[in-house]
Design a protein around this ligand. Structure first.
Ligand SMILES: NC(=O)c1ccc[n+]([C@@H]2O[C@H](COP(=O)([O-])OP(=O)(O)OC[C@H]3O[C@@H](n4cnc5c(N)ncnc54)[C@H](O)[C@@H]3O)[C@@H](O)[C@H]2O)c1
Ligand SMILES: O=CCCC(=O)O
Length: 490
């Protein structure tokens, strides 16, 4: 582990570099390691074990053994465990934020926000654990009664992405443990250290051994994914990541018919109608678009502005973007960090060049920055059209792409012209229009006059090729429970 990284933390023992299986820190049996690099500097932060099939199976077996006991632990006790874990996440939030920035690159204020967001999933689900209710039903036969029991589904394979190295894990692990399941978490390939720090806090919170296992792999990620989706012990797989990888995992999971929840890619429309509060819409758009340098599945991707306010709106956005400072996320002046890797930079640049070559106007940025291979300037493009790549594909980067529209019907049709449907946003002061458009948008989550929707209290998830299942809220529990019917003759 790099001494520089350790010296940044109040508690350097949170920087774990081995996988966490059955309550112990373990290396890969092969003895192989991979490096975790800081995307801002390219420097190695640490090495982690390159788990293979055998290592992954050992973690699944540990989770299975633990499940036989943990499923019977009363919900009030599971709640207490999650609450203790939450308290430790809060106590160590600053260190967690720094680990996030070290391996993901996001600016420290963004990372602090994520550390708090991540912890709150444990709090939320500690409160949901004792509130798992079944039903009493009168069946057709007069002399019978039916009750339903909600039971934990079993061992869960949880596969998380790098863009929220903490929150995408706690959003899955929280409800799984609240329900009485045990888990094998495949730490995000590019950002495993945050996941391991959270595992260390699980250990300190007294989560019983084998209940939470966190495993790491880089080159072997598809192999580990294959084991988690095909091993018959695993009853549930939850994945957050891209739609193409979601399709692979769904295919693999069919061999043992696992219960699935998938949070996949988005291509969020953000619509500003002519009657919107412009100041508010601009502020919300800036947060929604540029959070984590645009690497959020709910970031605005296609920004539609009514022609009567288009020039004024775009100008205001450019004026704000000019005040931002891209740099190393640990630098106090930095508002926006690097992208995760050079492939992400190449994709962003491809979208920008494609748009410009087809007639879009570049109003800001549009270039790599000489700060390192993963830096791209915050970019504003005007006069974007549906013929451009940025309309069809999620850029997953710091590009604000503006489209002009004239009528509500036209813009709703444009917004819905996508294979995916995760989040959608619009700004309007007309109450009837607010209901009409909220109902017309083909997405799983709608922000009306608000661009920041993420919260443990909301059901987070998409429709179409953005996946299925909901995380957070009371609905997040359903993903980890089965319903058993018990009929009694009287
Ligand atoms: N819906 C969301 O919350 C969300 C979050 C992050 C990323 N994404 C999507 O991901 C895309 C960008 O990220 P990416 O290209 O790194 O996505 P990706 O799907 O390739 O990788 C995401 C994560 O999935 C895991 N992974 C990748 N291939 C795997 C496999 N074969 N088996 C098992 N696990 C595997 C890795 O842990 C990786 O960190 C964007 O298009 C974005 O929409 C969505
Ligand atoms: O990018 C995926 C999730 C982002 C969020 O929960 O706000």
């Amino acid at each position: 582990m790099s001494a520089a990284a350790a010296s940044l933390l109040k508690d350097a023992s949170l920087l774990k570099t081995k996988s966490y299986v059955n309550g112990e820190w373990v290396e890969a049996k092969s003895g192989k390691w991979f490096t975790v690099d800081n995307p801002a500097t390219g420097e190695e932060v640490a090495k982690c074990p390159e788990f293979d099939a055998e290592d992954t199976e050992a973690a699944i077996n540990a989770a299975n053994t633990a499940f036989q006991t943990f499923r019977k632990v009363p919900p009030q006790e599971r709640s207490r465990l999650l609450r203790r874990w939450y308290d430790l996440m809060v106590e160590n939030a600053e260190d967690i934020a720094k680990i996030i920035t070290l391996e993901n690159g996001k600016a420290l204020p963004d990372a602090r926000g994520e550390a708090a967001y991540a912890a709150n999933f444990f709090k939320w689900f500690s409160e949901e654990a004792p509130r798992i209710y079944g039903d009493v039903i009168q069946p057709s036969a007069a002399n019978c009664r039916v009750v339903t029991l909600r039971e934990p589904i079993g061992v869960c394979g949880l596969i998380a992405p790098w863009n929220f190295p903490a929150a995408m894990i706690t959003r899955k692990v929280g409800p799984a443990l609240a329900a009485g399941c045990t888990v094998v978490v495949k730490a995000p390939t590019e950002t495993p250290l945050t996941a391991l720090a959270i595992a260390e806090l699980a250990h300190r919170a007294g989560i019983p051994k084998g209940v939470v296992n966190v495993i790491t792999a880089f080159d072997n990620t598809p192999l580990v994914g294959k084991i988690l989706t095909t091993n018959p012990i695993v009853k549930k797989v939850s994945f957050t990541g891209s739609t193409p990888v979601g399709k692979i995992l769904m295919n693999q999971s069919s061999s043992t018919l696992k219960k699935l929840s998938f949070e996949l890619g988005g291509n969020a429309p953000f619509i500003v109608f002519e009657d919107a509060d412009l100041d508010s819409a601009v502020q919300h758009l800036i947060g929604c678009k540029f959070r984590v340098a645009g690497q959020t599945c709910v970031c605005a991707n296609r920004i539609f502005v009514h022609s009567s306010i288009y020039d004024e709106f775009v100008k205001r956005v450019v004026d704000i973007v000019k005040t931002f400072q891209v740099g190393n996320g640990l630098d106090s002046k930095t508002t926006h960090g690097p992208l995760i890797h050079s492939r992400a930079v190449a994709k962003v640049d491809e979208h920008v060049q494609d748009a410009i070559s087809k007639g879009a106007r570049l109003l800001h940025g549009g270039k790599r920055l000489p700060l390192g291979p993963n830096f791209y300037d915050l970019t504003v493009l005007a006069d974007v059209t549906p013929k451009m790549q940025v309309f069809r594909e999620e850029t997953f980067g710091p590009v604000a792409a503006f489209f002009k529209f004239d009528t509500e019907e036209e813009v709703v049709a444009l917004a819905n012209d996508a294979d995916v449907g995760l989040a959608g946003y619009f700004f309007s002061k007309d109450n009837s229009r607010c209901w009409r458009v909220a109902e017309a948008l083909q997405v799983g989550m709608v922000g009306v006059n608000v661009g920041a929707i993420s919260d443990p209290a909301i059901p987070f998830g998409g429709v179409k090729e953005s996946g299925f299942g909901r995380e957070g809220s009371k609905y997040g529990m359903d993903e980890y429970l089965t319903t058993k019917m018990v009929m009694t003759g009287i």
